[in-house]
Design a protein around this ligand. Structure first.
Ligand SMILES: Cc1ncc(COP(=O)(O)O)c(C=O)c1O
Length: 382
């Protein structure tokens, strides 16, 4: 049985061969601590990290790569920013379509630090309305935090309109589903802070991620410790990126991330987007011919990343995903996708949906095979 991986929104697979090679090479040739010692292997490791930072800066359109701090995933980046910015009495706006990586730290901040967290409800389509944010702004609003695209419906958020509505209030963008999948250019806004994860559309290994922070924002570090810089002082360095990078880096992972991002830059994000758009359109069109399918989120492919959540009449999401995997070799994700409030919003709580997510290496033939499997299963439920 040919296997079809369409769980790209969780983690991308396969990785380009260059990524595998870069990780192997770093492990075999550069297993030193970057920026800590002066010997050649440590310098090579430091260079690998620098190359990764420069490559990510290119992908995000950032002028100064030192404004990018690496973390081990976007969850850590989001926690770092939320906990490092929000103080007692601050007001923060977010949407009802956010991932637990945003909702759980915000919940903790509300409870433990008395931060006023206001969740702006989205309609059942999942698409947020910037006007709803604007009318909730107060003089205490310190931040708005929003995903660039939903990991449940794939809907792309209207970030420019949101930024206009927010005025001077900084916008923290969770780009977990878009970095590497959609063209980004932080130089021209709308994000003031953009958090990314390396192992999804950026095609890197797990254990990589980070955040770009605009030069006029200072985030208080969550961790303090060794950086290899200013070792003579007791205090943690206050300059970026060391300010937000304590402890030994994931050098091998970052070597892989650099290779993944270089692959994207050489291929061009626009080409990747076009391919994923065609796959998504083919899938959405095909679903209209299958009895009993409910598709969530925007009806047109252009308004979403390559993420499509569905339900099939007569099947629970978990049973459907199980049979797709066991009988057809089709790997999806079923359930709540770490975003329970998003499922309440689109009225699929608590059972959730089956999520299909596609990437650059998925093919038309795979989409057709998935459609044919779903068609067969829709008849089986009759
Ligand atoms: C929108 C969104 N935010 C945050 C995350 C968390 O990503 P990670 O597990 O890489 O921290 C995900 C991953 O599923 C996501 O889709």
């Amino acid at each position: 049985m040919d296997l079809i991986y369409c769980d790209q929104a969780a983690t991308s697979f396969p990785k380009p061969p260059q990524v595998v090679e870069a990780v192997c090479r770093a492990l075999t040739e550069t297993s030193a601590s970057g920026g800590r010692s002066a010997h050649r292997m440590s310098l090579t490791a430091a260079r690998l990290i620098f190359e990764a930072r420069e490559a990510v800066a290119d992908l995000l359109g950032a002028e100064d790569s030192s404004r990018i701090a690496f973390t081990y995933n976007v969850t850590q980046a989001l926690n770092m920013v939320l906990l490092g910015l929000l103080k007692p009495g601050d007001h923060v706006l977010t949407s009802s379509m956010e991932h637990n990586s945003v909702m759980r730290p915000l919940g903790w901040l509300a409870q433990e630090r008395k931060v006023a967290v206001e969740v702006v409800p989205s309609p059942a389509t999942g698409l947020l309305d910037p006007a709803e944010f604007k009318k909730r702004l107060t003089d205490k609003t310190r931040l708005a935090v929003i995903n660039h695209a939903s990991n449940v419906t794939g809907a792309i958020s209207p970030l420019n309109e949101l930024k206009t509505a927010m005025g001077q209030t900084p916008l923290l963008v969770d780009a977990a589903q878009t970095a590497g999948a959609l063209p980004l250019n932080v130089k021209n806004g709308p994000a003031d802070i953009l958090a990314f994860t390396g192992h999804k559309s950026m095609l890197g290994p797990t254990g990589t991620g980070g955040v770009w922070i605009s030069p006029d924002i200072n985030v208080e570090p969550l961790f303090r410790g060794g950086t290899g810089s200013r070792s003579e002082i007791e205090e943690h360095p206050d300059f970026m990126p060391d300010r937000l990078e304590a402890g030994t880096q994931n050098t091998h992972g970052l070597a892989g991330l650099a290779a993944g991002v270089k692959f994207i830059l050489a291929t061009k994000v626009e080409k990747i987007r076009d391919h994923e758009l065609l796959l998504t359109r083919r899938f959405l069109n095909g679903l209209t011919n299958i009895k009993g399918v409910t598709v969530y989120g925007p009806s047109d492919a252009d308004s979403r990343v390559a993420v499509v959540s569905i339900n099939l009449l007569g099947w629970s999401p978990s049973d459907l995903a199980h049979v797709l995997d066991r009988e057809f070799g089709i790997m999806t994700r079923a359930g709540l996708h770490c975003a329970p409030r998003a499922h309440r919003t689109i009225k699929t709580f608590p059972q959730g949906t089956v999520r299909f997510s596609f990437g650059f290496f998925n093919t038309d033939a795979e989409i057709d095979a998935i459609l044919s499997a779903l068609d067969e299963l829709s008849r089986r439920a009759e």
